[in-house]
Design a binder for this molecule. Sequence first.
Ligand code: ADP
Length: 200
Amino acid sequence: MSNTNNIHPIFDRLLQKEDREKRLGQKAKVLWLTGLSGSGKSTIAQALERKLYNEGFFPQVLDGDNIRIGINNNLGFSIEDRKENIRRIAEVAKLYLNSGIITLNSFISPTKEIRSFAKNIIGDENFIEIFVNTPLEICEKRDVKGLYKKARAGEIKGFTGIDSPYEEPDNPDLEIRTENLTVEESADKIFDYILPIIRI
Ligand code: ADP
């Protein structure tokens, strides 16, 4: 149990999220992209970030790899470390959220428990779950980082989709089936969905 007795949050004396949203001309949200490795989360997040920016919004991508080499570089892939990884990511996303920013998170986040943990930190009303649904065979065929090959060869243990489960979301806010879509079409689908939500 951490000792928080002597910490006095000063959030009520600071500028509020609404002040910053007004300045930025948008409603801040956290878009939580979940899906298998290679499903397209990072690529879509990058395309969507650019599109949002070009349309006058103020977005920020948080990506698995840049987080793991930075703030989470002391974490591995044990159950506890995976949970701590997501906890920190969700807390960072929450800071961005309160800064009025539209955050695009692309993390496998393989279990319902881990996603609901993140959602609890961020808050229901600001958490938009987007399931990037690409069949395992296609992710494996793409094998962008050569990780499936290594996992099949037994060089990586506990790889999501191979020897560690991926639990599909029951009720995502949006599902993107990338199989027959281009990256632009995938990003556009998300953009069209969130536009009424982020527009002031
Ligand atoms: P993830 O972040 O989910 O691990 P990546 O974005 O790194 O996945 O890799 C997805 C790969 O699939 C990229 O090489 C991308 O160009 C390709 N791809 C093909 N079609 C699509 C699509 N419709 N949406 C997203 N990515 C696609």
